[in-house]
Write a protein that binds this ligand. Structure first.
Ligand code: PLP
Length: 406
């Protein structure tokens, strides 16, 4: 099989020039669009014509600037098309709600971003009667056993937040499709590293807030999938994106679209540094988890599904023992060594560190955290690329000495 290079696919995609021939596209900063012929309006409302025919309608429906960013992301993910949202959560909520009716059922990995967990465990069953069974998706027998007659969606993150367990996308897609369910994958931790749609995922969602934007200055999201699915999300009468309204501003789309062409360079450097640090930590006996280490339980799975040349992602975790030590570890790294910042989020050019149990996984109960393998002293580190690798390594080494970890 010919290997997929997402950055090559992006280079082959149509380039959008500016209105006056500028090398960058123009920003279509209009909330509403004119029609030349009054009869066009009802035809748009009846879904007979859409943006592909050159007819835009209203900014919450389709905006050309936002659609251009969507096409860039579709190229990277190998999907037919994509559209963007005002946040990753907006993308996730719309993608799963579009597949489910009241009384339907979903299966989700037990390790997912805490906001997603709260949406599925509490919000959706209470507000919309959509129930979720959480399982460990690396246990394929457990996934198989969780299907019900009304299971519509199997949901997981390619590399799970924060356990870094890797989902065997082709195997899970085969199971879900056999049961007539759709596969929705959150690829926020691994853009370019894996293209889940090429391995059977039906829909790929992203928090663009993270690696894809890379500058921690915009909250944004995207849904990538078939033309039919994206159209269904934007349907004027039944579409979750159209009706719930998590619309991306065209100015945001423009800014993010300028950062997509150097995503390949950034991801390679995030991955290179994470790999070097993880190998050195591992050699020192520090309890590090990174999917690029051969001893990671799903290293072979990731190796099998990864696109060549982008490494294994920019995130690793270290279990420093307990919550108090996690705080001490991060405070020294931020306030003494200036290694990175204590902040949630990831994919920034600076290193970001957070104690997952007390922050972005705090939506899970202590029992859920224990079962999922989110230890109280687990520190999630999103490796940046400022400074030199050796300078950053000596800072990390320093704190390991101070905390007697080596
Ligand atoms: N998916 C993952 C894996 C995340 O880590 C996050 C946020 O941390 C989200 C989705 C939500 O994204 P956003 O904050 O852009 O809504």
């Amino acid at each position: 099989m010919k290997t997929f290079d997402p950055m090559e696919a992006l280079a082959n995609a149509r380039h959008e020039f500016g209105e006056h021939g500028g090398v960058n596209m123009s920003i279509e900063a209009s909330t509403t669009f004119t029609v030349l012929d009054a009869e066009m309006m009802p035809r748009i409302f009846q879904g007979m014509v859409g943006p592909e025919g050159g007819c835009y309608l209203y900014g919450r429906h389709f905006n050309p600037t936002v659609y251009t960013l969507g096409r860039q992301l579709a190229a990277l993910e190998g999907t037919e098309t994509a559209y963007c949202t005002s946040s990753g959560m907006g993308a996730i909520a719309a993608a799963v709600m579009q597949h489910c009716e009241h009384g339907d059922h979903m299966i989700a990995n037990e390790a997912v971003y805490g906001g997603t967990h709260a949406l599925f465990r509490d919000f959706l069953p209470k507000k919309s009667g959509i129930e979720t069974t959480f399982v460990d998706v690396t246990d394929h027998a457990a996934v198989e056993a969780a299907f019900r007659e009304r299971t519509r969606v199997l949901y997981f993150e390619t590399i799970a937040n924060p356990t870094l367990a890797v989902a065997d996308v082709p195997r899970l897609a085969e199971i879900a499709h056999r049961h007539g369910a759709r596969v929705v994958v959150d690829n926020t931790f691994s853009p370019l590293v894996v293209a889940p749609a090429l391995h059977g995922a039906d829909v790929v969602v992203h928090s663009l807030t993270k690696f894809i934007n890379g500058a921690s200055d915009f909250i944004a999201g995207a849904v990538c999938g078939s033309m039919n699915f994206i159209r269904s999300l934007m349907d004027l009468h039944t579409g979750a994106l159209m009706l719930l309204g998590p619309t991306m501003d065209p100015r945001v789309a423009f800014n993010i679209s300028l950062r997509v062409p150097h995503l390949g360079l950034r991801i390679r450097e995030h991955s290179r540094r994470a790999q070097v640090f993880a190998e050195r930590l591992d050699a020192l006996g520090v309890p590090v988890c990174y999917p690029g280490l051969p001893r990671h339980p799903q290293h072979d799975v990731l190796k099998r599904i990864a696109n060549p040349d982008y490494g294994y992602g920019g995130i690793f975790t270290i279990d420093v023992g307990d919550h108090r030590r996690a705080n001490e570890f991060m405070e020294i790294l931020q306030n003494k060594d200036r290694f990175g910042f204590m902040a949630v989020s990831l994919g920034y050019f600076e290193t970001l560190m957070s104690c997952s149990a007390a922050s972005t996984s705090s939506e899970l109960s202590e029992e859920e955290q224990r079962r999922t393998g989110i230890a109280p002293g687990l520190v999630r580190i999103s490796i940046g690329y400022t400074g030199s690798l050796e300078q950053r390594w000596s800072q990390l080494h320093d704190v390991l000495n101070i905390l007697n970890m080596i």
